[in-house]
Design a protein. Structure first.
Length: 277
């Protein structure tokens, strides 16, 4: 009888716990949804209405208006598009170039010295200073901002990829591929590259967060997106003179910038813990 009771005793329910990864994905998903749907709902982000200057948040203008009467909800939603697109483009470009150079440097020892000395030279220059210098080559544009933010991040990806390749090139399955006559390109693409996904996924999130912050910083000082583009950095820069009179004009864009970066960083931290880093 005792055995029967023990057999049918219900197990205690585990409490539902929302982990760091889920929170980050949820926040980032909500901001991405706002970026996709927002511009179709909120209207023209550059629509000037002098009669509506510096209106506080209300039902008609949930985030208020700026110094030119433009709706901040529309401008922040459009700015989300720019920030997320910059982050994805920079992360994708830096990862593609960094992985390619890291594979070559880690597998071909003769090229390792040349590539890594160039990367060390790039790392010697502060990232923001290098980005500002590259952005100043031409007038602000989306492509120039992506280029200026991508170049400083390539050495970070190269160093991670190279270190992984150095440990993977001596594995038994790589030796077996060499003995079987596989080409070096096939070995790199089929046997080594797939094993770089886990460690590089963490770095990609950090690069994406850096790119979003970097774009806002460049736009704030006038070296990033054009003044007529409603990026979060431009919004903060345009309304800094109204901070005491209308603090919401800066707070809204700054809050979304902070939430986005924190969400991406939370995803990266969760991936790092999962990978045992």
């Amino acid at each position: 009888m005792t055995l029967i009771l023990r057999q049918y005793t219900p197990l205690p329910r585990r409490p539902f716990v929302v982990d760091q990864f889920t929170i980050g994905i949820g926040i980032l998903g909500a901001i991405a949804l706002m970026a996709i749907v927002g511009p179709f709902v909120t209207g023209d982000p550059n629509g000037i209405a002098p009669a509506n200057r510096l209106l506080p948040p209300s039902f008609m203008h949930p985030f208020g208006t700026d110094g030119l009467g433009r709706d901040l909800l529309a401008r922040v939603a459009s700015g989300a598009q720019i920030s997320l697109l910059v982050g994805l483009c920079v992360a994708g470009a830096a990862t593609a170039l960094g992985v390619g150079l890291g594979l070559v440097a880690g597998y071909f020892r003769r090229l390792d010295l040349i590539i890594m000395r160039v990367m060390d030279g790039m790392l010697a220059i502060p990232e923001l200073l290098l980005a500002v210098a590259l952005a100043g080559i031409a007038q602000g544009s989306f492509g120039m901002v992506v280029f200026a933010l991508t170049v400083p991040q390539i050495p970070r990806i190269v160093r991670v990829a190279r270190s992984e390749v150095l440990s993977l090139r001596n594995r038994l399955y790589v030796d077996a591929a060499v003995i079987s006559g596989s080409s070096k390109l096939k070995i790199l693409v089929r046997h080594i590259l797939p094993n770089l996904i886990a460690p590089l996924s963490v770095q990609v999130t950090y690069v994406c967060a850096y790119a979003i912050l970097g774009e806002a910083g460049l736009s704030f000082i006038g070296a990033g997106m054009p003044a007529d583009t409603p990026s979060w950095g431009v919004i903060v820069s345009e309304n800094r003179s109204y901070f005491q009179q209308a603090p919401w004009t800066i707070f809204v864009a700054g809050a979304f910038l902070t939430l986005t970066v924190l969400a991406i960083s939370s995803i990266g931290e969760a991936l790092r813990k999962k990978n045992g880093g």
